[in-house]
Ligand binder design. Structure first.
Ligand SMILES: [Zn+2]
Length: 258
């Protein structure tokens, strides 16, 4: 039984906005209650795994999947294997600093991508315009982050100028973060996945593609494709299913495909 959450039952993992889950032994609890084997992986990694399998990608391909829900995560696959780092917490792109003197972040740093570009930031800016908030029927409540962000994204995709400005503002920060990831890892493909891209994905795609195409250090050596995962909303679920299948077929492999 796969579940999307912090990675690896042996490793203490960090998650955003879910500190109460960090010490909860979810793998053991689910295994005990279901009688099934349980694999734990985070949503961004699941999305990357799903892309690898569903997209029938070559094992030689190196790519990153940027996952946006209420925050950001980044799953990185190199030569068919998921990058894991020292503690299976690879891909905390939400805490990449994109503005040195930016607003303080709950992680202790300043100017993190999450503080400047995540759905909560976009909603906060939209709520500052009472007419816009009323027109889109935004609540601004924590429980409604996904719904509110979807409303802004949908309006932006339909040509609402104020909402398009908000989404493009978010996308510019995301694009700079992804440019750094591309340059750091010499990637030739980036996927955008997750419910955050479900409504305004094409706007994010255009802004990120433009920045990466113009500024990737390796642009004269190879292209860098930026692709909207289809369906963007369900990418992590597809990956979780692929992970369970993979674990049962090749239990010696943690992630990846020959
Ligand atoms: Zn941070």
């Amino acid at each position: 039984m796969p579940t999307c959450g912090p990675t690896s039952s042996e490793v203490e993992s960090s998650t955003t906005n879910a500190e109460e889950w960090e010490t909860f032994a979810v793998v053991d609890a689910l295994a005990a209650s279901s009688g099934l084997s349980v694999v734990r992986e985070n949503d961004a990694a699941c999305a990357a795994i799903g892309q690898f399998w569903v997209g029938r990608l070559s094992a030689a391909q190196s790519f990153a999947t940027l996952y946006m829900a209420t925050g950001f995560g980044c799953g990185i696959v190199e030569h068919g294997a998921l990058a894991r780092g020292a503690s299976s917490n690879v891909g905390e792109i939400g805490h990449m600093v994109v503005e040195v003197d930016g607003p303080p972040c709950w992680c202790g740093s300043r100017g993190c991508l999450e503080m400047l570009a995540a759905p909560r930031r976009v909603i906060s800016l939209a709520m500052a315009d009472p007419a816009l908030a009323a027109r889109l029927e935004l609540s601004g409540a924590e429980a409604d982050v996904r719904r509110d962000f979807a409303a802004v994204g949908r309006a932006a995709a339909q040509g609402d100028a104020a909402c398009a400005t908000l989404i493009e503002g978010s996308a510019r920060y995301v694009a700079q973060a992804m440019l750094s990831v591309v340059n750091l890892l010499d990637l030739d493909r980036v996927y955008l996945a997750g419910p955050g891209f479900a409504e305004a994905g094409p706007i994010y795609l255009q802004v990120i593609r433009d920045v990466v195409t113009r500024f990737a250090r390796t642009r004269d050596i190879h292209g860098v494709e930026v692709v909207l995962s289809d369906p963007a909303r369900d990418a992590a679920a597809v990956g979780a299913a692929a992970l369970a299948l993979q674990q049962s077929l090749t239990p010696h492999m943690v992630v990846g495909r020959d």
